[in-house]
Design a protein around this ligand. Sequence first.
Ligand code: UDP
Length: 235
Amino acid sequence: MDATGLMLYEGKAKKIFAAARPDQVIQYFKDDATAFNAEKRGTIVGKGVVNNMVSERLFMLLDEKGIPTHFLERLSDREMLTKKVTIVPVEVVVRNVVAGSLAKRLGLQAGEAIEPAIVEFYYKNDALGDPLVNDDHLRLMKVATPGVLRELREQAHKINAVLKPFFVERKMQLVDFKLEFGVFHNKLILADEISPDTCRLWDMATGESMDKDRFRKDMGKIEEAYQEVLKRVCG
Ligand code: UDP
């Protein structure tokens, strides 16, 4: 089985293909990179392979810890078979350290530890530029009920509790990351990907970025950083 079938959807970094079973899909990971709501575009050679392999490892780890995910199996370098979910249009961001939009919006010093971690919700909508929203906004827009939001926050904290030490063991600080969830048979499960595209990872020895910030800020050595994350996570 491979991604030669019907393409159901093409996103910025992935394509979704139909699988043999109607309740499953194939995620194909591209090398295309975008930032700042797709105003900046480029290619990170080998990124799709890294993100597929890293996501596989992290989804398997989470499954072992009792956190349900859409992951079923990796089919090839760039393809993974997943459960077909209905994505909840909320980007769930978990933050352990001040960086990125949080530093900018609140005028906080990047690098400051956040303890306990904080969770933010962004409404997934390209036309609006994925605005930061609170529970009341999401309820108003009928995007999610208070019960679903409570579950999203709870799952996000649980996932952070698994991933943070996993990265520390590999000499990386998990600064922040973005999660997406989907509904499968009436249950909320983790979907999308967890990769250097969706996480900030700082080398614990040097403090250097090992993630998409290298692309966002034109820091160079982008491919090398992704390969190093692959080595540390899957090597
Ligand atoms: N993030 C993401 N997709 C988005 C926005 C953010 O994967 O559309 C990730 C980003 O890589 C970082 C975390 O979510 O790990 C927090 O991002 P932030 O809000 O600081 O936004 P940024 O300044 O990176 O746009």
